[in-house]
Design a binder for this molecule. Structure first.
Ligand SMILES: [Zn+2]
Length: 131
């Protein structure tokens, strides 16, 4: 990404959205705007608007972050190994723009057994009615 794109992002995103998506920060648990969102709709990448998750796969994980057991469509979310904080975790990023989204854990509910633990700050919610 060239410097002018970075400046554009800094002005377009909130400071929290910027550090989460561009510097892989994590928002404090139970603070995100979408933790308790139960409306039907699509969660998009806050940076590039790529559809990432659907409300139909959102579940209550108790973790304090929006949690999904699947992605809206294969290929929209990319997995990367993350060795930070002294442990191996699977980081998930937007496949389109590389924005940091959160982490993937193998302890989710059926049918996938996956838990996508995602920062609200990485997401932009489109209610179904407005689509
Ligand atoms: Zn994106």
């Amino acid at each position: 990404m060239n410097p002018s794109d970075q400046d554009d992002l800094r002005s377009r995103l909130t400071p929290l959205q910027y550090v989460v998506t561009q510097e892989a920060a994590t928002e404090p648990p139970f603070t995100g705007v979408y933790v308790d969102n139960h409306d039907a709709g699509v969660y998009r990448c806050v940076v590039c608007r790529e559809p990432l998750f659907d409300s139909g796969t959102k579940f209550e994980s108790g973790s304090g972050w929006p949690s999904f057991y699947d992605v809206v469509e294969k290929g929209h979310v990319k997995e990367k190994s993350d060795f930070s904080h002294g442990m191996l975790r699977t980081e998930v990023v937007c496949a389109n723009c590389g924005a940091h989204l959160g982490h993937l854990f193998p302890d989710g509910p059926r049918p996938t057994g996956l838990r996508y633990c995602i920062n609200s700050a990485s997401l932009d919610f489109d209610p179904r009615d407005a689509v």
